[in-house]
Design a protein around this ligand. Sequence first.
Ligand code: GDP
Length: 368
Amino acid sequence: MLNILIVGNGQCGNRILDAINREAFGKKSRLAKFYSQQKYKSNVQTIAINTAVNDLKEMKFTKAKDRIHIPHLHGVGANRNVGKHVFEDNKTHIMRQIEERGNFDVCFVITSASGGTGSSFTPMLVKELKERHDYPVYAVVVLPFREEGTLYLQNAAFCLRDIRESGADGIILADNQFLKQMGGNVESAYNGINDMVARRLLFLLDSLDSEMMMVTDLGDFKTVMNGGAGLATIGFYEADTDMPVRSAIQKALSPSGLLFSSDVYKEASRAMVIIRGDKERLSIDEISTEVEKLSSAVGHVFKGIVVRSGELPQVLAVLTLESASELESLYSIAVDAIKQERDKKERVASVKEVDRAFSQIDGMDPSY
Ligand code: GDP
């Protein structure tokens, strides 16, 4: 049995964590958080951390004791410098809360890259965890819609760099921009994306801790995450009734199956493909052919098969990337955003037009 820690930082991290707990506790009862046992086979501890108390209150499936409020007025307002100070001031408290839960085999920290709290807390938390413990720590990072504004874009660029430098054992990317076709309005797109990330992580945890016909385990996952440039993404597909397993694998690896835009046959470096379903539906020949096709393009592919009677084939692929052209485009937009913010600041500092307007009434008083 694996001991797993999942931390959700900031609003986005909290919401994805809540989606994970909803899946794990079963969707039916809103009171599930008070009564029910997790469906996890592993010992999974979940912790939500936020400076904004309302984001924590919004959570419906995460127990109150697992929601940690770090008081700072109403959040950190997308300012990563403020966020870093707040983390530093509250580090002892945060680390105590985590360490009270025992030791772990693996940890996932979920955050958006572009807000204030999650994007500043996550690199610092990962660094603390890595300095104190031996277990691998993976960051699950949500990238912003590109039209969300200059502050979010610059935060995303610096946050990703900080996480890489924090000692994280890998970064799993999910991209709001790429996944936004999920729903009509932003809120339903968020929910759709959060559910996608939650289901994939739970599928992964479930298969790392299960008795398989052909096994993959935490060691294999670590090896996959170790490959490439420290960046990864996850593909997933559930076959419908008549679909052969071969097509389900192809769809999980195609852009529409991934959380982050990539041509995995060109950009991936290592992979782990886990196939779950009824034995009758899992043709070993088809699985071998597809896995060989992938491994001849990317290098090493670990393969796991989980037999579940009565289930349609489901395919999960974890892929580490050695290059990521989409990330390069994000950084070039972010560079423009950073320049724009810097120019604006310089203009405000030098021109001070508003001050000049005020100075016209210096020494005067109103007459009534
Ligand atoms: P923080 O609370 O200060 O860490 O900031 P947020 O987590 O709200 O970060 C803002 C970024 O997260 C923006 O790019 C939003 O689009 C994104 N975001 C906020 N909430 C969600 C959510 O529930 N799901 C997804 N996928 N993205 C979100």
